[in-house]
Design a protein around this ligand. Sequence first.
Ligand code: GLN
Length: 350
Amino acid sequence: MNLSIATRAALAAGIALLPAFAAAQEPVNKKDADAAVKAAYAKYKGLKDGKNADYIPALAKVPSELFAIDLMTTDGQESSVGDLDQEYSIQSISKVFTLARVLQDSGEKKVVNGVGVDATGDVFNSIKAIEQHKGHEMNPLVNPGAIATTSQVKGSSPEAQWNNIIKTYNDFAGRDLKVDQEVYKSEADTNERNRAIAMLMHAYEIIAKDRDPVATTDVYTKQCAVAVNTKDLAQMAATLANGGKNPKTGKQVITADHAKQILAVMATAGLYDNSGQWLFMTGLPAKSGVGGGIIAVSPGRFGIAAFSPRLDEAGNSVRAQKAIADISDKLGGNPYAVNAEETQKTQPGR
Ligand code: GLN
């Protein structure tokens, strides 16, 4: 080919940039995903570190051996293993989807100015974190910010707010979800601390004066008790990975802009005070719940969910974290990773 030096240089630069981008967007190979999911399951099945959450009495009774993993690509392909039909309470993973509702209905200013999007560096139900900044400098994924976010859901009554919340979760999951009444009652009977958090956020007017903090805590408790299985969570995560469009139902549940903002908040605070460590290891926006579930998202490629009830000190499932980290590693899920070697190899003339 008879190309000018300038054209050659431009092409080389363009081609050199492309593979890095293409690698990040490369579709996940089904065989590789199946193998990675099965390998992680086998590797961690016997791991017994951590223990069930017991501050909500019903969670202490969930069999600790349960273990499931489900990965769903943005084109709807699934790789899964373990106790896939087992339902458990969504707990704090719900916070992501209530945030989605508020972003859709009220826009990001309401969230950024009203609740905040900064890491607190403290445990998820820290009262010290509220006091430090008079209810500001929070985020929607720790309890004070999450309860405030629930209070912002549109609706003239707690029932109307609840209907908006559950409809949103259903759209993400692609099926009608129900509240686990036992978990709901168990937490409602023992959630003095969350009520205190809500009262404090009300006193600081982060929960608006015209909202009832106790009724808000009740709606929040109900959202945490929504029963999901690991396939549901994978579909919810895959919807986030797919710019807010559910890969199975085809419904655009939230805008791509909001999906992107939610992932940023998940990266910042999804695993509470361990979020930095998690992001450092995996690069994946994620969210855990004390029920033992974790979702993580490789933007544009896949959503993954894992479930195992035993938690570490920060309240994050031990086996779910390890399994997701391994699988994402094998599939090149880290969105920050650029394969420099590949880039070099594909330059013309090498
Ligand atoms: N419902 C739980 C609580 O408010 C959720 C906490 C969590 O999953 N980290 O304490």
